[in-house]
Design a binder for this molecule. Structure first.
Ligand code: CP
Ligand code: NVA
Length: 308
């Protein structure tokens, strides 16, 4: 069976734990290496990752390119607007053709149905580099970052503030798989996907939704936010106004535990979802989080190839 990574549930909790452990080990094993040097075991030598981008990216593109390189393989970048995909070739035909050239396909797209269609017709692993629905690779990196900063995942109390978006959906999915809890503080009308919440609750996670930002943040071990306006959405004035009470500033951070960690997947819109004082403050681990996209993705790739 081809191993696709469209959502975290495709891997499941045990595989995610294996990925996190592998990422920690691989990261430690290459301390002091130049970034372009391959890991000693070059587990993906001879393998090429094709990467299709229908939306902009800094971290996902750069970290996947370096991830496959450090595993001994190569990457191929394809901007969808320069592909025949951009002028109407079907996703199914694109999947069939690319499967003859590359060993795995990563895609960043809008409608999640597109990645499902790609995976259905590809004979190589397909990896979700973000859709409007979810961003599973980001959450593997986020969990790695929390573990590195001393947090045990089971029972962890995570506060999410702001928009109910793709990153939150994957965080909710992870809560069910890794047994942590989330207090979601989002304004009315901007809730995250009800299906992910239902599954996470059925898996034993305590997921609460509140309109009160202070209630979400109170006593939390981790505070997380993301842009209020995701790619493809309008920077509507009424949305910004609705989000303002959920801005993560020093006052809101002070309601969390004194040891609380602050995460943001980036890019940040400084002064909107979080203030400079929080983003650059002592509780912020956003640069480690960004670095960990690289380490997490190496383990995701190894899982897709059946090596984890
Ligand atoms: N966090 C994240 O996915 O960043 P990019 O949009 O730069 O890839
Ligand atoms: N929610 C954001 C994440 C960017 C990495 C977006 O979809 O634009």
């Amino acid at each position: 069976m081809t191993r696709h990574f469209l959502n975290l549930a495709d891997a499941g909790g045990d595989a995610m734990a294996a990925m996190l452990g592998d990422a920690i080990d691989r990261k430690a094993a290459r301390v002091g290496f130049p970034k372009g040097r391959a890991d000693n075991d070059v587990p993906l030598a001879g393998h090429t990752l094709g990467m299709i981008f229908e939306k902009n990216s800094t971290r996902t593109r750069a970290s996947f390119e370096m991830a496959i390189k450090q595993l001994g393989g190569d990457s191929m970048f394809m901007a969808s607007g320069q592909m025949q995909l951009g002028r109407g070739e079907s996703i199914a035909d694109t999947a069939r053709v690319l499967s003859r050239y590359v060993d795995a396909i990563m895609i960043r797209t809008d409608d999640h149905a597109k990645i499902e269609e790609l995976a259905k017709h590809a004979s190589v692993p397909v990896i979700n580099g973000l859709t409007d629905l979810s961003h599973p690779c980001q959450i593997v990196a986020d969990l790695l970052t929390l573990i590195e900063h001393g947090h045990a995942l089971p029972g962890l109390e995570i506060a999410w503030l702001g928009d109910g978006n793709n990153v939150l959906n994957s965080l909710v999915e992870a809560a069910g798989l890794m047994k942590f809890n989330i207090r979601i503080g989002v304004p009315q009308g901007y809730d995250s996907d009800a299906g992910f919440i239902e599954v996470a609750r059925a898996n034993g996670a305590n997921i609460t939704v509140t309109r009160d930002a202070a209630e979400a943040a109170a006593g939390a071990d981790v505070v997380v936010t993301d842009t209020w306006v995701s790619m493809g959405q309008d920077h509507a004035h009424n949305k910004i106004a609705a989000m303002m009470p959920y801005q993560v500033d020093e006052r809101l951070m002070a309601l969390a535990k004194p040891t609380a960690t602050f995460l943001h997947c980036l890019p940040a819109h400084r002064g909107e979802e979080a203030t400079d004082a929080v983003l650059d403050g002592p509780q912020s681990v956003i640069w480690d989080e960004a670095e960990n996209r690289l380490h997490a993705q190496k383990s995701i790739l190894l899982w897709c190839f059946g090596l984890l």
